[in-house]
Write a protein that binds this ligand. Structure first.
Ligand code: UGA
Length: 429
């Protein structure tokens, strides 16, 4: 298939690259000239495992190309995917101006039938608005179909999730684009669910909100574990053995972050309200998440008492493992709150230090995780990078003024930490 992808962020770039990898001819469009130049020169603006190699390989075969011209993308393609940002607004709704702008550009460039697929995460009924916009700004007599095809990839596992998806959701309002969508996804060997556009849009918001709910649920359970002397990891393991519940997304933590869950929860609450329903359950998911961060910070202040002039080491800055993304990162929030109390920070992240430096210029950045604890009054684990489990704990203990660890991701074994002589505080254990 000949495919255009408008927007080369996490979703657009990974989708375009994987489409090229399975044999489609893909042209990725982005209005950011510097980004397009970088991509054309073989660079990749984000860290995502496996993406670098795939971009190089597919630009090499000529199946993947980049341009700043929407017109060119539309001319050369049968199916056009919209993958532009839908950032949050202060009132919780999402800014749909990028989607609207791109819809107008596509409309202006279309001279024959095209399928326009929305991949960006949008509130239910956005497809209707996109169709209206294209009608209004398109040339008379030029036909098109709108499709909703939400994306379910996780940052840090994006290539894997895209190449081996659990399901593909396709929302259509007529049968005409169905065959082309089938051909786009034929090489992926995954179940395809075909539904109407509103349902497809809702599947995305409802899925992300449900996963966030799962995390908040186990985080609330972690509080009861702490108060009763139970172990949240054992509770999660026992619950997860029930196939109806499942173990995934039951890792208690200092809270979820990133550019998706917080934004999508607010957007889902907002659109529900506009449709006349008060989604109180999801408001509670937000409250539990915020409370989890407060509780973690309270543990630190209760133990260290005064934070002013204390040196604290922080392992992890990204919002999760395997990414350099620091947007809405709980790790960054901890750092900011510790700095506000007057603490000095020594920090390390395997991939996110460059991006964090812009937000946290005051911190001391270490190149080796084993140097972080040197001279620290406490060490905080803020991101679930698996390599933190390989920390030289003996060296850390000897280098610290007091051997105290606050583990916001339950990475370490409690009894081992105690054996090594640490004061060790984690979540729900
Ligand atoms: C999420 C969804 O998982 C994807 O399916 C979806 O496509 C994506 O949003 C999106 O809308 O684009 P992502 O935000 O990349 O993906 O990352 P997740 O792996 O879902 O993690 C989100 C946050 O939850 C992270 O801060 C992570 O540390 C936290 N988390 C995750 C927990 O605290 N506990 C868990 O058990 C799992």
């Amino acid at each position: 298939m000949k495919i255009a992808i408008i927007g080369t962020g996490y979703v657009g770039l990974v989708t375009g690259t994987c489409f090229a990898e399975v044999g489609h001819e893909v042209i990725c469009v982005d209005c950011d000239e510097a980004k397009v130049k970088l991509l054309r020169d073989g660079g990749v603006p984000i860290y995502e495992p496996g993406l670098d190699e795939l971009v190089k390989k597919n630009t090499g075969t000529g199946r993947l190309s980049f341009t700043t011209s929407t017109k060119k993308g539309v001319e050369k393609s049968d199916v056009i995917f919209i993958a532009v940002p839908t950032p949050p607004q202060p009132d919780g709704s999402v800014d749909l101006s990028y989607i609207e702008g791109v819809a107008r550009e596509i409309a202006g460039a279309m001279t024959g039938y095209r399928i326009i697929v929305d991949k960006s995460t949008v509130p239910v009924r956005t497809g209707e608005k996109v169709a209206e916009t294209i009608h209004r700004y398109g040339h008379a007599g030029v036909e098109f179909d709108i499709v909703s095809n939400p994306e379910f990839l996780r940052e840090g596992f994006a290539v894997e999730d895209l190449l081996k998806p659990d399901r593909i959701v396709v929302g259509i309002s007529s049968q005409r684009p169905a065959q082309a969508m089938k051909e786009v996804y034929e090489p992926f060997d995954a179940p395809v669910m075909v539904t109407d556009i509103n349902s497809a849009e809702l599947i995305k918001h409802a899925s992300n909100s449900f996963l966030a709910l799962k995390i908040s649920y186990i985080n609330a359970v972690s509080i009861i574990c702490e108060k009763s002397g139970a172990n949240v990891q054992d509770v999660a393991a026992g619950m997860g053995m029930d196939e109806r519940i499942g173990r995934r997304f039951l890792n208690a933590s200092l809270g979820f972050g990133g550019s998706c869950f917080p934004k999508d929860l607010s957007a889902f609450i907002k659109i529900s309200q506009e449709l006349g329903y008060d989604f109180g359950l999801l408001k509670e998911v937000q409250n539990i998440n915020a409370n989890q961060m407060d509780r973690f910070l309270k543990k630190i202040t209760e133990t260290l008492w005064v934070l002013k002039d204390k040196t604290i080491g922080v392992l992890g800055l990204a919002f999760k493992q395997n990414t350099d993304d620091v947007r809405m990162s709980p790790a960054i929030e901890i750092c900011q709150r510790l700095l506000k109390e007057g603490a000095k920070l020594r920090v390390y992240d395997p991939k996110a230090m460059e991006k964090a430096r812009v937000i946290l210029p005051e911190a001391v950045y270490l190149k080796d995780m084993n140097n972080v604890a040197e001279g620290c009054d406490a060490l905080v684990v803020a991101t679930e990078w698996p390599q933190f489990k390989e920390l030289d704990l003996d060296r850390a203990r000897k280098g610290m003024t007091c051997p105290i660890i606050f583990d916001g991701r339950n990475l370490f074994d409690m009894s081992e930490m105690e054996k090594l002589g640490f004061i060790y505080k984690s979540i729900g254990r």
